[in-house]
Design a protein around this ligand. Sequence first.
Ligand code: SF4
Ligand code: SF4
Length: 106
Amino acid sequence: MSATGGPRSASTYPSLPFTERMATVEFRVHDRAHIVVDAAVCRDCSVRGCVVACPANLFVPTADGGIVFNYEQCFECGTCYLACDREGAITWSYPEGGHGVVFRHT
Ligand code: SF4
Ligand code: SF4
């Protein structure tokens, strides 16, 4: 809702460069990855929905057809899990208590 009580329009949200977006969050990284990507399942995936869907750009295609994934700056939004249609490609579990993403008010 906007300050006037009506719904927010898209124009009320300022465009935020990627580096500034990432600067608004803190990550308390745990040793255990809360998302594991099975590179063998990904190898012949031509859709690569995770690459375009992840707002933190954590899925990176490699020249040999693989995918590199880094869980350490994950927003825990779950978008990759929804975007991927391959069984077993992504295994998801929440981080241990006290770990994971922390959104800061600036
Ligand atoms: S995670 Fe899913 S969408 Fe992404 S490359 Fe692997 S199989 Fe494809
Ligand atoms: S949960 Fe969200 S931020 Fe984390 S890897 Fe998946 S899409 Fe990216």
